[in-house]
Design a protein. Sequence first.
Lengths: 100, 167
Amino acid sequence: MIPVSYYLLLSAVLFAIGVFGVLIKRNIITIFMCLELMLNAVNLSFVAFARSFSLFDGQVFVFFVMAVAAAEAAVGLGIIVAFFRNRLTLNVDEADLMKG
Amino acid sequence: MELIFFLFLSIVCVASATNILVQRHPIYSALSLVLTFISLAGIYLQMHAEFIAVMQIVIYTGAIMVLFVFVIMLLNAKAEDKIPDKLSFLKYLGMPLVVLLVGVVGVKVFESLSGESITTSSILDVTGNTQAIGKLLYTQYALPFEVTSLLLLVAIVGAIVMAKKEL
């Protein structure tokens, strides 16, 4: 049997990669993909804990996280398209004005 | 055997997740992310979370990533430029912080949970977990379930408003 800590460590590594991606990437789409990666890392620890406590509540929460991620992807990509239409770039460093 | 399977999947997972950051073109990042999601689905299968594994493939790789690839193609995204010099210190500042994050979480996890292992409870495997999740979803979590549908409605409206030419 695999200890639950292995799953949590994998989850932590994935989350950290996601955080690092948000920090170093300049392309707004890649940053958004790193956000999805962080959500998945959290899902992994939810499922690991659900398994370790022999409960299904954790898996139900993963279901909710997925629904929120789908909603977020739809709205977020809409924002990206609107952003691109206004500035003709995907670089987040260009988005430094509230109005412009 | 089980451990070898897990290690293989987690190495694929971490390697493809790292590849997201290495690649400069967003389409390659998106394809790496698909591989990450699929290997995560394999890990869920291994944990006997079959429903979640299927949802992972259907929703994440099937819906969300297709949407991503669609937007990347639509906007004709180019490979991103090198980070300008005035910002490159962020890279060197970020790396130790990320390693620190993993270190702190790892130490805490191994301190508090090193003894516990994933149990193969007989209850979990009898009925197949989709039925059990469905029961929970419509009894104990009925209100959050309904609120989620409201959230999806708001997201639909939001996406349409965002994509409209004139607000």
